[in-house]
Structures are given as C-alpha cells and as structure tokens.
Design a protein around this ligand. Structure first.
Ligand code: SF4
Length: 348
C-alpha cells in the first residue's frame, strides 16, 4: 500500500518487488503466464496454445455502437508488414505475470498479476519463439502483453534478438504494451537494447493512459493520483526514443462534473508532448468481462456510463482541433515530431 495514502498502491516499492520475482536477468528468463487451469482460460475463445503459455487474440476494429473504432494494432501491423488493410487481426499473445496496478476493469484475474509461480514459469524468449514456430497457422503478429511488460523491459529486445537470430524479423510484427508507470526502460536496458528497439523495423508500442485526470486515474488503478503526471513524463521520454508509438486511454471516472473542461485539459497535455498525439490515441471502452463483474459496485457501475459522456467530449475536442484531412488519416500514418529513427542518447 502507498506510504502516503492508505488503500493506494505504493507503486515504486511494489514494482521493485514484482520485478525481483518476474525476471532472471542472468539466465535471460521472464516469468510468463501459463493459461491452463486459470480463470482467464475460461474466457478464451480459442484454446491456449504454445504449451499453455500462449493464446491467439483477434483484434477487432469495430467497437460497440457510438464508440470510436480501434485500429490498434491492426493498422500499424498491416502497414509495417505490407498487408492489405483488414478489420480483424490475429495475434499470438504472450503475457508476463506481473502488474503493479490493479485496475478494476482489468480482464486478467488479479491472481495472474502478482508474479505467482503457480500459474507461470520462467522461460527464455528463445523457448517462447520455438513454441510459437511449432504452432500450425501461426499469426504474423506477436503481442507481448501483461501484466505490465515494462516491469521486465528486457523482454522486448531479447525477443527482437531471437526473431533476428531466426531470420524472421521482417515477417513478424512485434507489438507490446506499457502502462506508463515506471522508468525501467531507461534504468535497466543497455544503450544497445534501446538502440535495437529504436531501429527495429517491425515494432510498435501502445502506452495506456489510465484516466483523463488524476481523480479518474487513481480511481481506475488504485495508484497514487500524483502518478497521473508521471504517465505524461514517461510518454514524453518514450516519444523521444523514436520508435512507432501509440496510446490508449480509458475514460471511466467516479465523477461526471466538468467533463468538457477536463477532457480539454487532457488533450492539451497530450498535445504538449506532440501536437498530433491525440490522433494516435485510442479510447478503450471498458466492458464487463467475467473477472470484472465481481469487482463492480455502485460507483464503478456508474463509471461505465460516464465513459460514454467523456468519449463524446473527446470526439468533440478532436473535431475542434484537427482538420478533416488529419482526422481521416490512418493512425500509423499520423506524423509525430519525434518519429525519426535515431540512436538513443544520454537523457533518453
Ligand atoms: S495496468 Fe493493465 S494489466 Fe495492470 S491491472 Fe491495469 S489493465 Fe490490468
């Protein structure tokens, strides 16, 4: 729990504790979830694959009525691999077994987020890629998800080296996500790791804003509200690295007051990082998957409605700020100022 606010997570202490259990740096191994026999397995539409360590996910562009479409990672992957645009994309998912936050809407059962060895095993990326290559009809997209993959940021460059060693780096698109909670990308990766990520041809990352103000952020994650500011600091640093980068945002909030102003301030903050960042930011609709139902109370149930009002304010804000030509652009073609491939340097 937070040393400052009872009931909130002490994110830095918990992150360090989870990392110590979720990676074996000397052995090059990551603690990866095995879905067999877990609560999450029951929610899978296809049986787990890769000896239980993988699952195939269908990313869909279409969302529920009135909600903006979700082109991630469909458009970046198709653009990068030279594939025709599609509305459904199959991806091979691997999930690390640790997350430092506890979003009430998370579709992963919390017992799969605590680096729990009962449902996970230390594996090298080499072993994971071998399992993947053994699969028939394997997707051309690999998604390293969580959990919070950036508690163990080595996972991405280690996987890149493995794909390169197999000579398949140009056929496979690698996607990972990041909850913007820690600076481990700079603290634990080497300059060579960061250079590899910046220059890797088929890689994209999505970073998740867990609310549109400090109140909604803390309500959603159980983290200290001050860490909402840190999400922007980290996003700014990642934008400077120069790889292909996107954002998600969740709009659930305990309050429905002053939404228009709050959303305008949120968009201001995104634009302070990059003028076009809002156009690379996708609102994610919170839906009630089975682990979520038992976490709902009156305020959270109301927050599911609030997210729709926030989305309306978001769409109005984008309409006011961007010309149609930019609004209609494919998400992976929206230019970012820092999106020039370059070597990491001190201060990244
Ligand atoms: S940060 Fe992501 S993985 Fe962690 S609890 Fe929130 S939604 Fe789940």
């Amino acid at each position: 729990m937070s040393k400052d606010v009872p009931g909130l997570i002490d994110t830095d202490a918990y992150s360090a504790q989870l990392r110590s259990r979720a990676i074996d740096v000397a052995g090059g191994r990551i603690l990866v979830t095995n879905f067999l026999g877990t609560g999450q397995e029951r929610d899978l539409t296809e049986p787990a694959n890769c000896a239980g360590f993988g699952r195939v996910r269908h990313f869909r562009r279409t969302t529920s009525s009135g909600w903006p479409p979700n082109p991630l990672p469909i458009d970046p992957a198709c653009g990068s691999l030279g594939l025709e645009r599609t509305d459904i994309l199959r991806a091979q998912v691997f999930q690390n077994s640790a997350c430092n936050w506890r979003c009430w809407y998370c579709f992963v059962p919390f017992n799969l987020l605590s680096a729990n060895p009962k449902h996970a095993e230390m594996l090298t990326p080499s072993r994971l890629i071998d399992l993947y290559l053994d699969e028939p009809d394997r997707p051309r997209v690999i998604d390293l998800t969580g959990g919070q993959p950036d508690l163990v940021p080595e996972w991405v460059p280690w996987t890149m080296r493995e794909l390169r060693a197999h000579g398949i780096e140009k056929e496979i698109y690698l996607w990972s996500d990041d909850n913007l909670s820690n600076d481990y990308f700079w603290r634990y990766l080497t300059d060579d790791d960061r250079l590899l990520i910046a220059e890797y041809p088929n890689y994209g990352r999505v970073c998740c804003f867990k609310g549109f103000d400090a109140e909604s952020f803390s309500f959603n994650t159980l983290a200290d509200p001050s860490l909402f500011d840190r999400q922007f600091e980290l996003m700014g640093r990642l934008l400077g690295v120069g790889f292909d980068i996107y954002a998600y945002v969740t709009f659930t909030s305990p309050s429905s007051e002053g939404l228009r102003d709050k959303v305008a301030r949120f968009v201001d903050r995104l634009q302070a990082l990059d003028p076009n960042l809002p156009l690379r930011t996708v609102p994610l609709e919170v839906q009630v998957f089975s682990p979520v139902a038992s976490r709902l109370d009156e305020v959270k149930t109301a927050a599911l409605d609030v997210q729709h009002s926030v989305t309306e304010a978001w769409l109005r804000e984008l309409d006011n700020r961007f010309p149609d030509t930019l609004r209609r652009m494919r998400i992976d073609e929206v230019p970012l100022q820092g999106r020039s491939k370059r070597a990491p340097r001190d201060g990244y």
